[in-house]
Design a protein around this ligand. Sequence first.
Ligand code: COI
Length: 348
Amino acid sequence: MKITKTKQSRINDVDFSNLVFGTQFSDHMLIAEYSNGSWSEPEIKPYGPLSFTPAMHTLHYGQAIFEGQKAYYMEDGKIGIFRPEANAKRLNHSARRMFMPELPEDLFMEGIQALVDLDRQWVPKAENHSLYLRPFMFGSSEFVAARPSEKYIFCIICSPVGPYYSGDVKVKVEETFTRSASGGVGSTKCAGNYGGAFFATDQARKEGYTQVIWTDHANHELVEESGTMNVAFIIDDTFITPPLSDRILAGITRDSILTLLRDRGIVKVEERPVKVEEVVNAAKEGRLQEAFGMGTAAVISPITSIGFRGTDYAIATPQDGYAMRIKKELTDLRSGAAEDPYGWMLKF
Ligand code: COI
């Protein structure tokens, strides 16, 4: 792998005690290019602008996918990337559905480790902080004919971050707009799934909410996921989360939480369709003990209220509840304070 180091690090320009999510980037980035049916040797070089023409394919047709993952500063002074193979696999799931070339997993794994290793000083040490890693791929051919791109660029950039949500997370059950439909691209991390969500989210923000809870496209009866995270509820001492489908992103945090809950017998788990009505009724009857979002950026973010048809239902999600307990188990595993029986951390 070709590595060209920056002449002058920018790290001293960054106030690590005041990080705004995803706005500052480490010294280096990784780039690999695809053309004529194969990927080039990846290159690590100083973070900086890419150049392209106005006919660059992805600007017109949106063959663009990404991942979100994190590197942590661990108690023994090592750096650990959380479940990178899972991200490599999910990127390729997105690539297949978006008719883009798959990226060899070893290129992804070796590339991300080499990049984070080079920029290891950028991994924040403070609690609840990490280096957010953003691998992404996009069609880079220069033509505007509506057919798949022939060239692609894969890139990884890194951003030191603190918590994604600060303060209350108030969600609104969305019954007008739809994030995804059966047979669509909802299970991929394609750029359009996020771009397409901004309008509805902004409408909800104007009404005082932080995010929307998406519901199924057919009847708006089933809970699907929230803005940037999967969702779960604790009702009657049972952890309930919607099952994966081609409309829902297969969250790696979601999967990790389900694994921990099942293996450690922390609470009864049900992965099954969840009706909005069930959640609202449980809230009305005082049986909705907790609600929270699960995601790489969001980690585990307690939802403090759910708005449905003009009424807001407050949710306590106590400090000694299930969400906070699971968060601690996950945080301890990531920091090295607890064992990692699954080999989830790629440490170096
Ligand atoms: C992540 O959790 O990594 C996400 O993809 C959310 C992001 C859009 C901020």
